[in-house]
Design a binder for this molecule. Structure first.
Ligand code: RIB
Length: 291
């Protein structure tokens, strides 16, 4: 089966700083590196490294051809990544000594993806394929509608969080992944508890406390423990988690097995500095046992 990912592609400029800069502060970085990122690209790389066929739907400018090539080198099907006459998206990422980050995004081509290109890409899929999105591209609603009509399992990773963006796609979702803060924000925006959402599967990630899986039809409300690690950089850990969960489901694992594998992948990811370029492969994840 295929995982279709309507997703962002960024150049990530990652700065190591002693603490996250405050208002008006000028801060010297100890190091700087540029690599492949974007929540979408990170998820595509994670799913591909976990063993799935991933078709990424997105866009770059001429300055981002290297990013499209790198996705291909990482095993992602890049035929549906358009080359547009606009700049590629990028992110300025500050990472402090505790591994926490603050990110500034420039969307660029990620917000210019053509709807025709999305429907053409999805039309080659089959019932039971997975469609995943995050909130860094345009055309999320049309993509969820098409995916739902075609019988795909439609998944939304609600980051960067925007309650209105979640509300717009909610009627078409089979699967929602969000963190604890986002879950509370969504509860406030909708006026209902997260467990009462009409979405078949919901995962609430809890950082170092693990994850919670909800499936109302199966009567599931299950918590999963996280592996203990010393964080170096938490950037991209959530994306790695989502990519690994979807790949595991795509390859026929149960949701419980998928979450356990994905938590292991995310834990290993936070021990590494960088984003898509350092997402672990399946062998590394299976051999990793934390501290
Ligand atoms: O989740 C991490 C990602 O957020 C980075 O790769 C950055 O590009 C932003 O999209």
């Amino acid at each position: 089966m295929t995982i279709f990912n309507l997703g962002s592609i960024n150049a990530d400029h990652v700065y190591r700083v002693p603490h996250l800069p405050g208002p008006g502060e000028t801060l010297a970085a100890g190091s700087m590196q540029t690599g492949l990122g974007g929540k979408g690209a990170n998820m595509s790389v994670a799913s591909a490294r976990a063993g799935s066929h991933v078709a990424h739907i997105g866009a770059v400018g001429a300055d981002g051809l290297w990013a499209r090539n790198r996705l291909m080198e990482y095993g992602v099907d890049t035929r549906h990544i358009a080359l547009l006459d606009v700049p590629t998206g990028h992110a300025i990422i500050n990472v402090d000594d505790a591994g926490e980050n603050a990110i500034t995004l420039f969307s660029g081509a990620n917000q210019m993806i053509e709807e025709n290109a999305i429907s053409a890409a999805l039309s080659v899929g089959r019932t039971g394929d997975i469609l995943v999105m995050q909130n860094e591209t345009n055309a999320q609603v049309i993509a969820t509608q098409i995916g739902s009509n075609l019988g795909f399992r439609v998944c939304y990773a609600a980051a960067p969080f925007d309650a209105d963006a979640v509300k717009a796609v909610l009627p078409f979702l089979d699967f929602l992944i969000l963190n604890q803060i986002e879950a509370r924000q969504l509860e406030t925006a909708l006026g209902i508890k997260i467990e009462d959402l009409k979405v078949a599967d919901i995962i609430v990630t809890l950082g170092s406390d693990g994850a919670r899986w909800l499936n109302a039809a199966k009567g599931v409300d299950q918590q999963f423990e996280a592996l203990k690690v010393t964080p170096v950089d938490t950037t991209g850990a959530g994306d790695t988690f989502t990519g690994y969960v979807l790949s595991a489901l795509d390859r026929g694992m149960s949701m419980g097995q998928a979450i356990s594998l994905a938590m292991r992948a995310a834990a290993l990811m936070v021990t590494r500095m960088g984003t898509a370029d350092v997402i672990p492969d399946l062998k590394e994840v299976e051999e990793f046992s934390g501290l």
